[in-house]
Design a protein around this ligand. Sequence first.
Ligand code: URA
Length: 222
Amino acid sequence: MIRDERWKGVYTFEDSPYLMEVLTELRNKNTDSISFRKGLVKLGRYMGYELTKTMEFEEVEVETPLERTTGTIAKDRKNVVIITVLRASIPMMEGLIKTFEHARVGIISASRGKPPEFKVDIDYIRIPDIKPEDTVIITDPMIATGSTLLSVLKELENHPKPKRIIVLGVLAAPEGIDRIKKAYPDVEIFVTKIDRELNSKGYILPGLGDAGDRAFGSPNLI
Ligand code: URA
């Protein structure tokens, strides 16, 4: 993973040929919705795997059938809460829980209004108990204007403060990262790549289109 020098706590996975290959398949407009969904599941799983490298490890004693030795456990891996922002996050969450099988999962349904305000309405929210030792991973594939994530982060203020809050996405626009980091400097952001900019409709360029529509086979309305 590579730290982006423009912000503190923002990382990309441009150094991972595998993740870049999956991203390239997602970007391709000819990728069908089954392959698109599978790609999101893969990213959730392998980005989750990369995240474990940033987590606390603990040395433990282990007894093999032959003798005693030392081993390692990633102790934070068991203290994870995944917040899934409907709907494009669902396949990413499916992948993430393959890495974090103990995770408690929260669901938020948020819809983004029309430009230029991009007003966000949250109409369903269920968040499990959050403990001080937890790492909260918010999955939102496309960090565009950042408005949805700002609403989710505001909602999290009503819950106990976790050890870390991580936003895990496929792509981000610099505008969205700026807004999130200004309001929540301690929130960490991990994406495969940071794209160039947003267009007037709030889509990321070059991007991959509307992640929800592409994953679930809705007609393309862009
Ligand atoms: N949401 C998407 O699905 N795609 C974008 O480019 C921006 C927001």
